[in-house]
Design a protein around this ligand. Structure first.
Ligand code: SER
Length: 883
């Protein structure tokens, strides 16, 4: 038996050997199409190449593309499990020509591959063409040699393929396989065509047009080819079964489901096992591509798929949580072709476990409520909307799950009533919201949030994505268009722009189309879920409904990521170095730096800062992984995540873990925090970390500012430049600078000393040998002197010396510093009976505008603001002696 993995390989190898570029599957979240919820066909990643908006290095390509059809135009969720060929997740094998070959080569390759490489029996094959496509009809005749009755003309939309409401489209030709007359059904175009006997295996689309809007269709620049073959269908044909769920891949998953649920594969159980196997694939691939369960948008579709599978596990009577136990089977079956599954295995497992645990705890009560309510209803009465809403709101039953649960009773649900209850709850939530207080604009954001729901943020995995403009806000009001120069806020349905939150600044970047250029200077988050782009139209005009290419400034985002991840590492290192009392008191993650406030009673010493810096850099060099998981709040705390006191968290939280553990604590990671921000993938990307300042903010709160990567390096370069400049000025080699500065300071000290001595000598009238220049006043020797630049401290010693030199007499010194006067009077002991130094200093102080003064009879001091009157003070003192 040819395995599904071999069938995929053979397909890609065939087209590779025929010159096609083998392109890896794109993620399930289409970043190049804002109108699509999930990638739903092989051509989706090439949409812009078909229309000519994007060019690639190759003009023909092949891929095996992951697809999800659960939500939007192609939605198969409700049928899965109950038919042989519906899936939420499947793979589409395809070959593509972007203006290169057209119908002839497409038909020829398809025929070659299925008849020669895959060896299908040509008798079992027939094809369809669009009713007026004579060219395709003739080509099938010529290339495949099919008789006319096996080339069936179809006039309906079945043979005109389009991706969605808009996008590339064209007539198509489908290849059908006849599974044999033991199955009821007829060839396409016959009344029995809806039977299961003839199964479409390959669709060749002759892409010729682009659907611009409902009524406008234009030609593509060049006729192109898009083909799609469901891998599971061709595998069924080649493995001799008519049922996709019987192929090898599904058998392994169903066997694993039987094992973990303990429920045999009876007729009754068959559908449930199929639902589990199918939904396991959709769930795991969506999680691996960055979608996590939530109550909005893509995350909500994922949650519906997960919960549908989990209800079926419950129907099977599974006692334990089962879904997460199935990931090893899936990874071993598909991990080689899709390495992202292997990388995300831990995340997939934990997310499944959490979701199932929460759902299980609500399921039993919810089903009981449902039974009670149903027992009150007449046979054909629909379930009231408010009951369905209660199941949704209190027990986490998505509406379609309730519908699914009532399916066997053929009972409907009052969907209008459900929606009315939902609206009522929204109105209550709005009334309860206490926001910024700016009621005028808040109402606007609430209205927009109600109208559009949360913005899909695709920026954890992408730096660019197409988004559709949902609203434009100008001067506080919603408008339809904006022109060059307008300062506006724009809301898209999906965006890679991070809205400022959790300390991390919002992204900046551009919105562009062929004719439009909009600069986004900031992105904020409103009402907790709208990403609001603060924008300025530079070129062209934008209107609600337009699709724009939204591209963030990725260089700036890289620096934000590095700073955010460094903040987490810093936080944990500080706790380990300084103690567990350290908690986050504030955080700013800017592109150029990070600022982190912590509870810490005393300054962090230079030595501690150095140890912190060394440790953070060691972790960076260690290059540990950064992992994001979605956990319940309680599990996150259990896992050691640091939550911020006073923050409000939902029941489910993003948990960011970094690095591996090195010390004796029993946690798995070095740092574990609740965080919605964007982060590096490996700590090595931070590059370098340095603390540039530590300061106090308020009592018990210290602030650390730090730099990473190129900014840290630039800081070191600046420091180096300053060192060289200082060394140059000091005329020393940089490594001798410290010694040189110390010796210069020493020199300066001794020079200052010498200078003071010299001033002293000058004050005492020149050299000591000459003695002070004193005069006789009233029979008393009096030495009065104004001394520029001599401090009051020095005056005292000088006065003592002068007194000694005089033997008997009065010394009066007025030192003038910075325009102020300092007075000092000394009276030798033999005279203190007659003259008091205190009286004299008061007399002198008055002359320089001072008040008072004090001391003892032999030594007194005073000061005054007016140093220019110093000589007057001496005169006043002299006069006081005379008096
Ligand atoms: N786009 C077409 C399909 O999905 C062929 O690839 O069927």
């Amino acid at each position: 038996m040819t395995s599904t993995n071999d069938i995929r390989r053979t397909f890609l190898d065939y087209f590779k050997s025929n010159g096609h570029e083998v392109v890896a599957s794109s993620p399930l979240v289409p970043i190049n199409d804002p109108t699509l919820m999930f990638t739903n066909a092989g051509m989706v990643p090439f949409k812009n190449v078909f229309t000519g908006a994007e060019t690639r290095e190759y003009s023909i390509a092949t891929s095996s593309q992951k697809c999800v059809r659960a939500g939007g135009k192609h939605n198969d969720l409700d049928n899965v499990g109950f038919t042989a060929r519906h899936h939420t997740f499947f793979e589409m094998l395809g070959n593509f020509s972007f203006g290169d070959y057209f119908k002839e080569e497409a038909i020829s390759h398809a025929w070659n591959l299925i008849t020669k490489e895959y060896g299908l029996n040509t008798d079992k094959l027939c094809v369809t063409v669009y009713h007026d496509d004579d060219v395709a009809f003739d080509l099938w005749k010529k290339i495949a040699g099919l008789p006319d009755e096996k080339i069936i003309r179809i006039a309906t939309s079945d043979n005109f393929w389009s991706m969605g409401e808009t996008g590339p489209c064209g007539p198509c030709s489908e290849i059908f396989y006849d599974h044999g007359d033991h199955i009821w059904g007829g060839p396409p175009g016959t009344p029995e065509e809806d039977g299961d006997r003839f199964v479409e295996i390959w669709n060749l689309v002759f892409m010729q047009y682009e659907q611009i809007s409902k009524d406008v269709r234009e030609n593509l620049p060049k006729p192109s080819i898009d083909t799609g073959m469901g891998l599971e269908r061709i595998a069924a044909v080649m493995q001799g079964t008519h049922d996709n769920y019987e192929i090898d891949t599904f058998r392994r998953l169903i066997e694993a489901s039987v094992e973990v649920t303990g429920a045999k594969e009876t007729d009754e159980n068959k559908s449930s096992h199929r639902v589990i196997a199918d939904h396991l694939r959709a769930t795991s691939f969506l999680i691996a591509d960055g979608v996590l369960p939530s109550n909005e948008g893509r995350g909500y579709v994922l949650r519906r798929i997960m919960r549908r599978a989990m209800r079926h596990a419950h129907i099977l009577g599974a006692k334990d949580l089962v879904m997460h136990q199935l990931t090893p089977a899936l990874v071993s079956e598909m991990g080689q072709a899709f390495p992202e599954l292997v990388r995300a295995q831990a995340l997939i497992t934990e997310t499944l476990k959490l979701e199932e645990a929460r759902f299980r705890s609500m399921l039993a009560n919810g089903l009981k409520l449902l039974d009670d309510e149903v027992s009150k209803l007449a046979d054909n009465q629909a379930l009231p909307g408010d009951v369905a809403f209660k199941l949704y709101d209190t027990y986490g039953f998505p509406l379609d799950l309730t519908e699914d649960a009532l399916r066997s009773q053929k009972r409907a649900v009052d969907v209008d009533g459900f929606n009315a209850s939902m609206d009522e709850q929204r109105a209550k939530a709005r009334a309860a919201w206490s926001g910024s207080g700016d009621k005028g604009t808040e109402k606007l954001w609430f209205d927009l949030a109600d109208q559009f729901g949360a913005t899909e943020f695709v920026g954890y995995t992408s730096e660019a994505a197409e988004g559709q403009i949902l609203a434009i806000v100008k001067d506080g009001a919603s408008v339809e268009t904006a022109e060059v120069g307008d300062e506006i806020s724009i809301i898209l349905n999906q965006t890679p722009f991070y809205g400022e939150s959790g300390g991390q600044m919002g992204d900046t970047g551009t919105f562009t189309t062929d004719t439009v250029s909009v600069h986004v200077s900031d992105t904020t988050k409103m009402v907790g879920k709208l990403h609001v782009h603060v924008a300025n139209v530079k070129e062209g005009s934008v209107a609600v409904g337009d699709t724009v290419q939204a591209t963030i400034d990725d260089e700036r985002r890289s620096r934000l990521k590095a700073n955010h991840s460094a903040t987490h590492v810093l936080h944990e290192v500080l706790r380990r170095e300084l103690g567990e009392h350290v908690t986050q008191k504030g955080s700013l993650v800017a592109p150029e730096r990070l600022r982190f406030d912590i509870s810490q009673p005393k300054p962090v010493s230079a030595d501690e800062l150095k140890r912190v810096e060394i440790e953070v850099n060691r972790l960076i060099r260690d290059n540990g992984r950064v992992q994001t998981r979605l956990l319940s709040y309680d599990d996150a705390i259990e896992a050691g995540a640091m939550a911020l006191f006073g923050e409000k968290y939902g029941d489910e939280v993003r948990v960011v873990s970094m690095g591996s553990e090195f010390d004796t604590t029993d946690r798995d990671h070095y740092s574990v925090e609740l965080c919605g921000g964007t982060h590096v993938e490996q700590l090595g990307e931070i590059g370098l970390f340095t603390i540039v300042s530590e300061s106090g903010v308020s009592a018990g709160v210290r602030r650390i500012e730090a730099l990473t990567g190129a900014a840290a390096l630039e800081h070191f370069h600046n420091q180096q430049a300053m060192l060289l400049e200082a060394a140059g000025a000091a005329k020393a080699a940089p490594d001798a600078l410290a010694g040189k500065v110390a010796s210069l300071l020493n020199d300066r000290k001794s020079l200052e000393k010498q200078l003071a001595e010299a001033k002293k000598k000058a004050a005492l009238g020149g050299g000591a040998s000459e003695g002070p220049a004193a005069k006789e006043v009233n029979g008393i020797k009096f030495l009065g002197q104004v001394l520029d630049g001599v401090s009051p401290k020095d005056l005292r010693g000088m006065a003592d010396d002068a007194k000694k030199a005089l033997g008997s007499g009065v010394v009066a010194f007025v030192g003038v510093n910075d325009g102020k006067a300092g007075l000092l009077i000394g009276v030798t002991d033999d005279l203190t009976d007659k003259i008091s130094a205190v009286d004299l200093v008061r007399a002198g102080a008055a002359a320089v505008g001072g008040k008072g003064g004090g001391g003892r009879p032999d030594m007194a001091q005073a000061g005054g603001p007016d140093g220019s009157k110093a000589a007057d003070a001496i005169a006043a003192i002299e006069a006081a002696i005379t008096a």
